[in-house]
Design a protein around this ligand. Structure first.
Ligand SMILES: Nc1nc2c(ncn2[C@@H]2O[C@H](COP(=O)(O)OP(=O)(O)OP(=O)(O)O)[C@@H](O)[C@H]2O)c(=O)[nH]1
Ligand SMILES: [Mg+2]
Length: 408
């Protein structure tokens, strides 16, 4: 401790000394300068010049200086900026949506509310597949192609593991290097942290913001492990599953459930030596699909070949998506899906809301251990336990205690 104080004193003294020295070279009297061995013998002119140098970093700190703060945008400015398609305002509106602060939550919701009339006009495409299947590479090639065709493309990712790995953000930005530099494209990595439910809400609202900003194709990438593909399916119109060759290898861990969600199965990396195998895989997938219920009423799911690297099969894929949109719009399936997605979303949020109210309530958490013991000890049945807990639960009080239910 004493040593620390001594050190601090020493640092302070030397700082003052240094300060004095740097004030326009007022005083160097206390310094003894030793000439370095590499200096030429007649150095006086140069050395005296040094005395006059003003160090702008140490001795001349401007007391008036205040670090520049980014001005906070008002609701009106956010609405206006996003409507105008201003990318930096859009990014800030999304940051507001992703914020966990109740104050930001309210502001973001107000902005979103005002922008709602401008949403809904984009085609929403989801892409899933095992890690390394080539989703990001494909989105980059596909996105560039769409931009060349005159579309505005927004790419979002849902990565339930991102709070753990964090690195995926950097990875995707570099993998989508050319796309991220285009004015017609907007890439936003997955909101970090939180439950999948929280990430889903944020991604959904981010998607709406992008639509309001004029992006007409939204692509959402998610890694095909766990629950996130169901979440993405519930927010897109068209869903593709990207797979690799070697479908026989136990379907590369792809569960039948995921295939049931897909409107198209894309066998990627159909290039070079892999092309023949990719064709074989396509046949195998086609045979399997026959036994699976199609994800979209009236739309037969098929397997297609593509190479994200050689950019083959991508125009055909876009063609397929166009036909899908035309057919499902004509049959009414397109709009019906969007309607039910909206209601499902609302119900899911109600579920989460009530779940949090109950399980985070102090009275319930206080009583829970005892009740659990009683159930495990065979003293009461689970049904009796529920009855007792629900009787204890006071919705009004719980609601008052909760600061903001949507902010995880
Ligand atoms: N030969 C070949 N390689 C490809 C193709 N598409 C992607 N790759 C390579 O496959 C690797 C993984 O590609 P990514 O696009 O990062 O795969 P991803 O599915 O996004 O992976 P995660 O984001 O980790 O789930 C990279 O090294 C790509 O260069 C393709 O069409 N052909
Ligand atoms: Mg990726």
């Amino acid at each position: 401790m004493r040593k620390n104080i001594r050190l601090a004193k020493l640092a302070c003294e030397s700082y003052n000394h240094f300060n004095k020295f740097n004030k326009g070279g007022e005083s160097v009297a206390n310094y003894t300068t030793t000439t370095p061995e590499w200096a030429v013998s007649n150095q006086s002119a140069v050395m005296s010049g040094i005395e006059g140098i003003r160090d702008t970093t140490v001795g001349n700190i401007n007391p008036e200086y205040k670090p520049r703060r980014r001005n906070i945008l008002t609701e009106d400015e956010l609405v206006e900026g996003v409507s105008r398609g201003d990318r930096s305002v859009l990014a800030r509106a999304i940051t507001l949506i992703e914020s966990n602060s109740p104050k930001h939550f309210k502001k973001a919701q107000n902005v979103l509310q005002r922008l709602l009339p401008r949403t809904g006009n984009a085609l929403r495409i989801g892409i899933t597949g095992v890690p390394g299947a080539g989703k990001s590479t494909m989105i980059e090639a596909f996105g560039n192609m769409l931009c060349d065709m005159g579309h505005k493309v927004a790419v979002l990712t849902i990565d339930p593991t991102s709070s753990v790995t964090k690195g995926s953000i950097l990875g995707d930005k570099t993998r989508m290097g050319t796309l991220s530099r285009r004015a017609e494209a907007f890439i936003r990595p997955s909101p970090a942290g939180g439950t999948l439910g929280g990430v889903a809400r944020k991604s959904r609202e981010t998607m709406l913001m992008c639509e309001a900003a004029g992006y007409d194709v939204i692509i959402i990438e998610t890694v095909g492990v766990g629950q996130s593909e169901t979440t993405v399916r519930s927010m897109v119109d068209f869903f593709m599953l990207v797979v690799l060759t070697g479908a026989g290898d136990d379907l590369q861990g792809i569960k039948k459930g995921i295939m049931e969600l897909a409107d198209a199965i894309v066998i990627n990396k159909a290039d070079g030596d892999n092309l023949v195998r990719a064709k074989v895989a396509r046949g195998e997938y086609e045979r399997m699909i026959e036994f699976i219920r199609p994800a979209t009423e009236g739309w037969p799911t098929h397997a297609y070949l593509a190479s994200a690297v050689e950019k083959t099969g991508l125009p055909e894929l876009w063609q397929v998506i166009q036909v899908f949109k035309k057919l499902t719009t004509a049959s009414g399936v397109f709009q019906r899906r969007r309607d039910s997605q909206l209601l499902d979303w609302m119900y899911a949020m109600i579920d989460e809301h009530l779940h949090n109210l109950f399980f985070e309530d102090a009275v319930i958490t206080g009583r829970m251990p005892e009740i659990k013991d009683a159930v495990l000890g065979g003293v009461i049945s689970p049904t009796q336990a529920v009855a007792e807990l629900v009787k204890l639960f006071d919705v009004k009080r719980a609601a008052e205690r909760q600061v903001d239910l949507f902010t995880e």
